[in-house]
Design a protein around this ligand. Structure first.
Ligand SMILES: [Zn+2]
Length: 78
């Protein structure tokens, strides 16, 4: 007998590798999927970015994640 925010719960979140800006107070970050092999620089302050983890809504429309889904747990069970 309680209301749930279904629209939010429909999107599972996953701990995702991202690049975060190393400047304190700067909120610049990007998904690791979109980064290059070398350390990227922040688009906002040009500081070097550091690899970190962030809880993000699952993205299923990138090649990397499509591959990992196919290799991982089957998703056809419901
Ligand atoms: Zn920055």
């Amino acid at each position: 007998m309680y209301f749930r925010k279904r629209s939010l719960e429909d999107i599972p979140e996953e701990s995702t590798a991202v690049w975060s800006c190393s400047t304190e107070g700067c909120r610049g970050w990007m998904r690791d999927n979109f980064a290059f092999e070398h350390v990227p620089t922040c688009l906002q302050c040009s500081a070097p970015m550091v690899s970190s983890m962030k809880m993000l809504p699952l993205l299923v429309n990138t090649n990397v994640e499509m591959k990992s889904i196919k290799k991982g747990v089957a998703i056809g069970c419901r």
